[in-house]
Design a binder for this molecule. Structure first.
Ligand code: XIL
Length: 387
C-alpha cells in the first residue's frame, strides 16, 4: 500500500468553476458533446449518448471516479470529471489522517471543495472512508499515552458522528469500513479492532457493526458500505465478506452493500475470474444488498497499442459483469486520467491504468466502455433501484 496521498497534494487550488465551458469548443469536440449544457444535458433524440455518464443513465447505472481537490483547478480535469461522471469519491481528502489530523482539529477544506464541486454539477458523492488501517494520523498510531479501548471507542464514535454529520444529506453513500479482512478471511489486527480496539477485541465483526450503527445514527438516509480489495472472486476473503453480510442482513445491522475495489491487471478476465466475480455478485445480490465496483483500474506495463487493446477488453468485461447484475449500482474507477493515478507509486513498473491518458485523451478503454453502454445486446432491462 502506498504511504501517502502526497502526489496530488501541493497542487494549488484555485477557483473551481471560474472557467467558462463554452470557451472550450475543442473540449466539446473531444468529448463528443452535442447540444447545450456540458455533460448533464440530454442527448438529442435518436442520437447515442456520447458520455459515460449519459450512456450509463439508461441502464440505471452510476458512473463514478475518485478525485482529489488539488487538480480541480485544472480546466480539463474539472470538465472531464463533471462531463463523464455522475459520482465523485474523494480519493484521499476524507481519510482519517487528512480530515482529522489532530485530536482537537478537523480539516474539512479539501473534502468540502470536492463535495461542493460535485453537488454544483449534479453529481452524487461517495464518502471514503471512516475506519481503515491506513492513512491514520500520528495521534492515533503513536499516542503519548497508550489508548484504552474506552477512550478509543469515544474517539471513533465522535469522529464518525462529526464527519458523517457534517455531510449529512450531501454524501449519499459511505465506505464506513475499508479493507477489514485479511486474505485468509480473518479480521485484520490493528488499532481499531484489537490493538487495543474499541472494546470488542476478539468479538469478530462487532467493531464493523458498531461503526455502521454510528454512521447510520449520524445520517439515517446515507447508504453504508463495507469496501474490500481481493474479495471480488470466490475465495476465503470474499467468503468472509459474504458471511458478515449475511449475518448483518439477518440481524438488521444497517448495511446497504459491499464495495469491491477491483484494482486488477488485464489477466483478470482471462482465467475464469469473471465467472467467479459474477457468482460472487449473485450471492451478495441474493441477500438484497447492492454491490458497487468502487476502485476499478487496470494497470499495464506500457502504453502500447497492444496493451491498450488488452486493457480495453478488461474494462469492457468488468462493465459487462456489472451491467448483467441489477444489484450492481455503480461502476467507479480510481481516478480517470493517467496523469493522476496511484498505480505508478503503489505498483512500481506499472501505470497506464485509467480510461483517459495523461493528456486527458480518451483511450481505447474509454471507447470500449462507451460502446458497451450504448449496445443493447443481451443486457436485458435493469430495474431502477432507489439510489
Ligand atoms: C490510495 C490513494 O489512491 C493514494 O493517493 C493514497 O496515497 C493511498 O491510498 N484502496 C483504497 C484507497 O481503499 O483508499 C487507496 O487509495 C487505494 C487502495
Amino acid at each position: 500500500m502506498a504511504p501517502g496521498g502526497q502526489f496530488l497534494r501541493g497542487i494549488p487550488v484555485s477557483n473551481r468553476l471560474t472557467w467558462c465551458a463554452l470557451a472550450f469548443g475543442g473540449l466539446l469536440v473531444l468529448s463528443g458533446i452535442r447540444g447545450s449544457g456540458i455533460g448533464i444535458g440530454s442527448t438529442p433524440s435518436g442520437a447515442e449518448p456520447q458520455t459515460l455518464r449519459m450512456a450509463a443513465q439508461s441502464h440505471h447505472l452510476l458512473m463514478g471516479t475518485a478525485a482529489d481537490a488539488g487538480p480541480l483547478s485544472h480546466k480539463l480535469y474539472a470538465s472531464t470529471l463533471q462531463t463523464e461522471y455522475s459520482v465523485l469519491e474523494p480519493e484521499t481528502e476524507m481519510k482519517f489522517g487528512l480530515i482529522h489530523p489532530e485530536q482537537t482539529h478537523y480539516d474539512f477544506a479539501g473534502a468540502d471543495k470536492l463535495v461542493n464541486f460535485a453537488l454544483a454539477n449534479g453529481m452524487k458523492v461517495r464518502g471514503h472512508n471512516l475506519l481503515w488501517h491506513n492513512q491514520l494520523p500520528d495521534w492515533i498510531v503513536s499516542p503519548a499515552q497508550p489508548w484504552t479501548p474506552a477512550a478509543l471507542n469515544k474517539v471513533l464514535a465522535d469522529h464518525i458522528a462529526t464527519v458523517v454529520g457534517r455531510y449529512r444529506g450531501k454524501v449519499y453513500a459511505w465506505d464506513v469500513v475499508n479493507e477489514p479482512f485479511n486474505d485468509d478471511g480473518s479480521l485484520r489486527n490493528y488499532v481499531w479492532f484489537d490493538k487495543p480496539g474499541i472494546g470488542f477485541a476478539g468479538q469478530g465483526t462487532r467493531t464493523i457493526e458498531q461503526a455502521l450503527r454510528w454512521a447510520h445514527a449520524a445520517d439515517p438516509n446515507a447508504k453504508l458500505f463495507v469496501n474490500e480489495y481481493g474479495a471480488e472472486t470466490m475465495n476465503a476473503k470474499s467468503n468472509a465478506v459474504y458471511a458478515m453480510a449475511k449475518d448483518f442482513v439477518r440481524r438488521g445491522v444497517p448495511l446497504s452493500g459491499i464495495g469491491l475495489q477491483l484494482h486488477v491487471t488485464p489477466g483478470f478476465d482471462q482465467d475464469g475470474s469473471l465467472n467467479d466475480l459474477s457468482k460472487n455478485l449473485r450471492r451478495l445480490a441474493a441477500l438484497g444488498l447492492e454491490v458497487q465496483f468502487t476502485e476499478v483500474d487496470v494497470r499495464q506495463r506500457d502504453g502500447s497499442s497492444f496493451s491498450q487493446a488488452e486493457q480495453a477488453n478488461t474494462y469492457k468485461n468488468l462493465l459487462d459483469a456489472c451491467l448483467r447484475q441489477p444489484a450492481c449500482t455503480l461502476f467507479q474507477t480510481w481516478g480517470f486520467t493517467d496523469k493522476y493515478s496511484w498505480i505508478p507509486e503503489s505498483n512500481p513498473g506499472y501505470g497506464w491504468a485509467l480510461p483517459f491518458d495523461k493528456n486527458y485523451k480518451k483511450k481505447r478503454a474509454y471507447f470500449a466502455m462507451l460502446a458497451k453502454l450504448n449496445s443493447r445486446g443481451n443486457d436485458g432491462p435493469r430495474p431502477s433501484r432507489s439510489r
